[in-house]
Design a protein around this ligand. Structure first.
Ligand SMILES: Cc1ncc(COP(=O)(O)O)c(C=O)c1O
Length: 374
């Protein structure tokens, strides 16, 4: 099916094509100077001491969890997230423990439910900043401090979100960002791990590349001739072609965020009189990346929600669902707790189109069609 108004479109131009061409012409295409530049610029942007570029947010999440937990440990996670958040815990042999969302108007992990889920085995909390709206980091940080837990932020949606002047992803010990193709910054596949401590950054650097003490760029430049392998690492390296793309996208981030904030305002304006929906984060007090715009049907349930989505699709409007609840997937269902609010939202939420080049007219049309479908 082709859509008049897609869910998302790339904010790509000649600049991206040229940056890729230059990286190719430089004849150094694997991790090298462009990656180093991306790490430096991202750390500066996010106001964090260390940023390590990797080939996905999943890799960043795995490095962070691998450095924090292992078999027998528990990590408290949301269920209303992309499955990668939870898989990263499972990779380590630790157990993900699901907590519910706060409310239909606040889809982030509920700090009170986090508190209830803490056991003597709990070692970490892995909040996800849904849609670019940071979780209640004051509450989560206080709980973490009280129980000596590590905070690993899944900031895949939140490359420019801020709370009290601090960037999401730079509040906990680890922040994990995604540069997948539909994100605010994209280079097709890529990610960033943001860290606060020098010893963590050193170890994460090893884990990114097989546990090796040097990388090929250093050897090619004659800065190193030998290497040792200090621990069992992975190949989670990004490359300089994608780093070149991400650098251009990082330059565009400010404009992207501004445009998305305007589009969100248009949505709020055109949906203002519509009774059958809740718009999450309506009076959100902090700065959001506005990665997605979602609505929750007041009279929901998967059947009605899917019928509304179907009607929108027939009118040329692409929608999505962020997300099917992870605790209901086959691999996580056994022994999963009751999460009534997550269940309701997972069955009743619709993600509407939002992207840099979207026009006010398109927003108006989406809202009109949604009203008609309801
Ligand atoms: C919340 C969340 N976490 C993690 C990921 C995984 O990101 P990546 O595809 O870069 O591995 C995504 C990607 O869609 C995501 O939305």
């Amino acid at each position: 099916m082709s859509f008049d108004i897609p869910l998302f479109e790339l904010n790509f131009g000649e600049e991206e094509a040229q940056a890729v061409a230059e990286a190719v012409r430089s004849r150094w295409i694997s991790m090298g100077p462009r990656t180093a530049e991306l790490e430096r610029r991202f750390a500066e942007h996010i106001q964090a001491p260390y940023a390590l570029a990797v080939n996905s947010c999943t890799a960043a999440l795995h490095i962070a969890t691998a450095m924090t937990v292992g078999p027998g440990d528990e990590v408290i996670v949301p269920s209303l997230t992309f499955v990668a958040t939870v898989n990263a815990v499972r990779y380590t042999g630790a157990t993900p423990v699901f907590a519910d969302i706060t409310s239909l108007g606040d889809l982030s992990i509920d700090p009170e439910d986090v508190r209830r889920k803490i056991t003597p085995r709990t070692k970490a909390i892995l909040p996800m900043h849904y849609g670019g709206f940071p979780c209640d980091m004051d509450a989560l940080t206080a709980i973490a401090r009280e129980h000596q837990l590590t905070v690993i932020e899944d900031a895949a949606h939140a490359p420019a979100s801020r709370v009290h002047g601090k960037y999401a992803g730079a509040i906990g010990e680890f922040g994990c960002f995604s540069f997948f193709s539909n994100k605010n910054i994209t280079c097709a596949e890529g990610g960033m791990l943001v860290l606060q401590k020098e010893e963590d950054a050193r170890r994460a650097r090893l884990l990114r590349s097989h546990g090796m003490t040097t990388v090929s760029f250093e050897r090619a430049k004659g800065h190193a001739t030998k290497y040792d392998v200090l621990e069992l690492g992975y190949n989670y390296r990004i490359d300089d072609i994608r780093a070149a793309l991400a650098l251009v996208q990082l330059d565009k981030l400010g404009g992207d965020i501004q445009r998305r904030a305007i589009l969100r305002q248009h949505y709020l304006e055109y949906l203002a009189g519509l009774d059958g929906i809740v718009v999450p984060y309506l009076d959100y007090p902090h700065a959001s990346s506005n990665y997605i715009f979602v609505v929750v049907l007041k009279e929901g349930g998967a059947e009605r929600r899917d019928a509304v989505r179907q009607q929108l699709a027939e009118r040329g409007i692409q929608t999505s669902v962020h997300y099917p609840a992870v605790h209901r997937f086959n691999i996580y269902a056994e022994g999963a707790p009751e999460l009534p609010k997550t269940d309701y939202v997972a069955d009743s939420l619709i993600t509407l189109p939002l992207f840099y080049d979207m026009t006010e007219d398109q927003v108006r049309r989406v809202c009109r069609e949604l009203q008609s479908a309801l």
